[in-house]
Design a protein around this ligand. Structure first.
Ligand SMILES: C[S@@+](CC[C@H](N)C(=O)[O-])C[C@H]1O[C@@H](n2cnc3c(N)ncnc32)[C@H](O)[C@@H]1O
Length: 203
């Protein structure tokens, strides 16, 4: 979906170097994060297997008894601090967009406040779709904050609604059906989320 120009970043240096030092901060206000937790609560159930992609030291998940929560991010110290994760791995998706995870291993994939950094979203979303089982849900949330030097040009130049269209397009391109696009302002930060699903199995 992105042209070579669309995927350029102001800072083309290695993303792992940018995330070398841990940041034990949150990247949106409390109202945004509470709304995100409520959204996760509405689309997941106890016993689900959850993958938190592009994560950090906090996953914003509700206090639900999930079967398995796998995390991914760019900083080991942040992920080690995240106490909802059963396991985690580090991978720069702009260098390697694949996932070391089995097909159909998850009921939900979450990607919070991070999609703007993906230079090859088609490949990463294809991997998200691959690891989701039948009927599985993908939740991609974002606000208008970002590290601007690391966000792709297409994102920097788009309106908030344009960004929602971009994310919905990433989902549709890999065969996920867009179920809802949430556009709200629960506090100071706009709350946007695209909720997309795999078709349920025929059986
Ligand atoms: C603003 S933080 C959001 C972290 C977390 N999802 C949250 O809600 O607090 C951006 C995150 O995007 C991820 N990220 C950024 N660039 C990445 C890249 N090139 N490959 C993989 N992940 C990346 C990192 O995990 C980083 O912590």
């Amino acid at each position: 979906m992105l042209s070579d120009r669309d995927r350029t970043k102001l800072d083309p240096s290695d993303d792992r170097a940018f995330y070398d030092a841990p940041r034990f901060v949150t990247h949106a206000d409390d109202a945004f994060l509470a709304r995100l937790t409520a959204l996760y609560d509405s689309v997941t159930s106890p016993g689900d297997r959850v993958f938190d992609a592009m994560g950090s030291w906090v996953s914003h998940l509700p206090d639900t008894d999930y079967d398995r929560v796998v995390g991914h991010g760019l900083n080991e110290a942040e992920l080690a601090e995240n106490d909802v994760l059963d396991e985690w791995f580090v991978r720069d998706f702009n260098a390697d967009p694949s996932l070391p995870l089995d097909d159909a291993a998850f009921d939900a994939v979450c990607c919070a406040l991070s999609v703007q950094y993906l230079q090859y979203p088609s490949d990463v979303f294809a991997a998200f779709a691959r690891v989701l089982g039948p009927g599985g849900v993908l939740v991609v949330s974002f606000t208008d904050r970002m590290f601007p030097t690391k966000a792709v040009r297409a994102w920097r130049n788009a309106s908030m609604d344009g960004r929602a269209e971009l994310v919905a397009g990433y989902c549709r391109e890999v065969g996920l059906a867009v179920e809802t696009v949430v556009r709200e302002r629960p506090g100071g930060d706009p709350f946007y989320a695209v909720v997309a699903r795999h078709a349920p199995s025929d059986g």
